[in-house]
Design a protein around this ligand. Structure first.
Ligand code: AMP
Length: 326
């Protein structure tokens, strides 16, 4: 189980941190993937753009290879049971631990005029989203590590107090380290809302990709053989490793190690690798986004599967809480 907020355009961080693993998991596991529209309300109270953002996130997931016939692909707000589970879990979450969450502190700093209770209890709603399907594997990027730890705590607390209902959920990347896709400016990660010129979006046209990569921060280049790479350069190598051919990457690795690397050539190749990688996704997503009837069908089918799974869990939850009085 996993989710993506409809707060902006999907980027290479979303793709390599999350969507790529959704696609890899769909043949092996029973999967629930949602567009986290309720979560987006904690930071984006204006809902004018919500519908088109939801359509785009769905389209970009499908264009990336997710098959709505194999997985439950749905909107968070279409599963009303989640709100009930969220309420129960809120009784098990302590204000102190929520206030110490890194993302809460960051968001509170970013929006001091709207430090709402939904922002504080974001990890509780996220836990409800995950455990309502009694999910154990959660494909996410590295930035979600702390939330997943909280999720495990809340699920364990519920089990401890009311009986073993939930498996222990854990962040999942096929046994490998979780991914953090860096931004092009040498600092931080690619993100939907911050540093847009240093983030490559799945909808970026070719010229814009080339322009952004050209502006990526480099330095004067190595003067000693086999020098460790500074972060800004290591990030560009990581990006080429993700999107490009491993043979060409090797050529640039050797050029780095023997101090003959030409950053102009390196960045031009990285830009072309990104252009080639993104083109089919962008074109397919644009076509899907036009097809309202298809997207409606996808959402309905997804909601049906997700609601069936959620209502089974909620029957167990109410029983465990002894809320059945007849
Ligand atoms: P969000 O965009 O915050 O809703 O995140 C959706 C998914 O994308 C989550 O699983 C994140 O961990 C993942 N993600 C977002 N940005 C990055 C990034 N720069 N690198 C790796 N994963 C990311």
């Amino acid at each position: 189980m996993s989710g993506i907020r409809p707060t902006g355009f999907l980027h290479l961080g979303n793709y390599f941190g999350a969507v790529k693993n959704y696609v890899r998991m769909q043949d092996e596991y029973e999967c629930y993937f949602m567009v986290a529209d309720l979560h987006s309300l904690t930071t984006h109270p204006d809902t004018k753009e919500l519908k088109s953002n939801i359509h785009r996130v769905l389209a970009e997931n499908i264009a990336s290879g997710l098959d709505p016939d194999k997985v439950a692909l749905y909107c968070q707000s279409h599963v009303h049971d989640t709100a009930e589970l969220y309420l129960y879990l809120n009784m098990l979450a302590y204000v102190g631990e929520l206030e110490r969450t890194t993302t809460f502190k960051e968001k509170a700093r970013q929006q001091p005029d709207n430090v709402n209770a939904g922002l504080l209890t974001y990890p509780v709603l996220q836990t409800a989203d995950i455990i309502i399907h009694r999910a154990s594997l959660v494909p996410v990027g590295k930035d979600q590590e702390q939330h997943l730890e909280m999720c495990r705590n809340f699920a364990n607390r519920f089990n401890h107090r009311f009986g073993e209902i939930f498996p222990e959920p854990a962040a999942f990347n096929f046994g490998e380290d979780l991914v953090k896709v860096p931004s092009l400016d040498g600092s931080g990660k690619m993100s939907k809302s911050e540093n847009q010129n240093a983030t490559i979006y799945l909808s970026d046209p070719e010229d814009l990709i080339r322009k952004k990569v050209k502006k990526a921060i480099t330095d004067v280049g190595p003067t000693e053989p086999n020098t460790p790479k500074p972060d800004s350069i290591a990030n560009l190598f990581l990006l080429m490793k993700l999107v490009g051919s491993q043979e060409r990457l090797q050529v640039f690795e050797e050029a780095w190690n023997n101090c003959t690397i030409l950053y102009g050539d390196f960045k031009a190749q990285l830009a072309e690798d990104m252009v080639e990688f993104i083109r089919p996704i962008r074109e397919k997503a644009a076509a899907i986004q036009e097809d309202n009837n298809y997207l409606k069908e996808v959402m309905e089918k997804g909601a049906e599967k997700a609601n069936a799974s959620a209502s089974k869990t909620m029957a167990l939850v109410r029983e465990a809480l002894r809320l059945n009085y007849y």
